[in-house]
Design a protein. Sequence first.
Length: 609
Amino acid sequence: MCGIVGIVGRQAVAPMIVEALKRLEYRGYDSAGIATIEHGHLDRRRAEGKLVNLEDRLRSRPLIGHTGIGHTRWATHGVPNESNAHPHFSDDRVAVVHNGIIENFRELRDELIADGFHFASQTDTEVIAHLVARGLRDGLAPKEAARAAISRLRGAFALAILFKDEENLLVGARNGPPLAIGHGDGENYLGSDAIALAPFTNTITYLEDGDWCALSHDGIDIYDVDGRPVERAMQKFIGSSLLVDKGNHRHFMLKEIYEQPEVISHTLANYVDFVAERALAREALPFDFAGLERIAISACGTAYLAGLVAKYWFERYARLPVDIDIASEFRYREMPMPKNGLALFISQSGETADTLASLRYCRAEGQHIGAVVNVRGSTIAREADIVFPTLAGPEIGVASTKAFTCQLSVLAALAVAAGRARGELSAEAEAGLVRALGEAPRFANQALKLEGQIEKIAHDLSKVRHVLYLGRDTSYPLAMEGALKLKEISYIHAEGYAAGELKHGPIALIDEDMPVVVVAPHDHIYEKTVSNMQEVAARGGRIILITDERGAAECSVNPEHLLVLPDMPEIIAPIVYALPVQLIAYHTAVIMGTDVDQPRNLAKSVTVE
Ligand code: G6P
């Protein structure tokens, strides 16, 4: 989940690499570094911490080479200090940047030490540099040395390699994490994703797993795992879809929260025909909902919670049972799968290693593979039989917001389509649900108006050490999402619980110091949630209730804070209630003074297990 960049250019490339790394910083920000080839020798600048530290270093000591590589790191092997920062050198002849994990690095390291190589870092990456250098020492040409080294590596990697004597050569390789080639005019580029390369080109070729490539000013050669030259398709990206800018907002996260009415609307329009009042009417599906016994959903983090909401929807509206799993558990669970079943994978990045591994397990089990992804051209998107894109646009804040509500929008449309296909929803019922979905952007907009009140709540929350979130039915995943958001960006401990489960343990935690955020639209189960709130109130717990007008009118407990949304159809409540839940976490984090967009220890795209 580090970010890598490489450029074979015609001018000093360090400023360009910095520009690209800025767009990759969401992947990791423990350290950063750049190396270029300068008059036949390799030079590098590295700095612990964020990219700004590297920029400071480059200001006082610029790099002038025309060919270079860069890296922004999310530490896996070795602490995040400068000596572990990439690029790593060997013999001052080879420089390497790497994203991923080399599983056999201990064995390779012992072998290389026995061969006289000296290790300057604790990273797994350094073995790659030494392996390539050993190939050169043994008389191999640079490309051959790179290929021989790559063939020794086990694990997940995306690499870029420079050779001191080859100013017109940049080698890249991919096995697992993504690597994109950018096509330029007299210069060519490598990057972890298309967004990184957007300032230079909108023409991209993604390497396939096992591919490696050699870039020069005027040429791009791609080889498969057996070293055979291969062609990979070029894709054009629309420039504006790659723009990454905070606008007037203080953080990307806030900008992305505010984009939600628009991106939800954009996403729904892709799946729902509001005139015919039908869901997924235009899509030719490679499977038939009517013939399915169950669906298996796997995902991680916030995407998993979107899947959990979808379980309620598929079971309610389509009477279609759903098995939902955290992908890191599913991939090793050896679940028997029905013949011709449907497996759905939800992922913002489309690169999450555990989700991808689950997809491949289901592929081997002969399942139809559907993917709800935000990044087009991502590995999960490419390996699926059918992709249901979320049209959220680039999500930069590490804590997912707009991707979540867009995932929910797609999944709601799928559940309604499944209901119709299975004869569980009449045309009239489908039309009613479609009309309800069409209201989501409007209600999301109204939810944003609660921000002033939410700031007051955030002041209270910033003073506590623990927060409990409760909800039932589709609000239960929302409670978990609220707790996850608060934990990840404010570092306050929070738990999301099914409100009915409170009495089986967490109720012991309730006292006057424990705020309890209750997500409770006035739905078919509202009265039950109110009973659970009574249990909290009776023990002095401080309730923050997020509900609607009817819920507020019928609530028999006196919450410390009350957030009132308009009454709305039940199906859209999880989409709309996500916004106040996100804003609570956001404002609490701002008051706590944490790094909202890049919280500690996290990364946006998790391409390691
Ligand atoms: C990371 C991110 C989360 C995200 C999860 C799954 O942990 O910080 O925000 O929900 O990965 O990522 P995906 O890209 O598969 O949705």
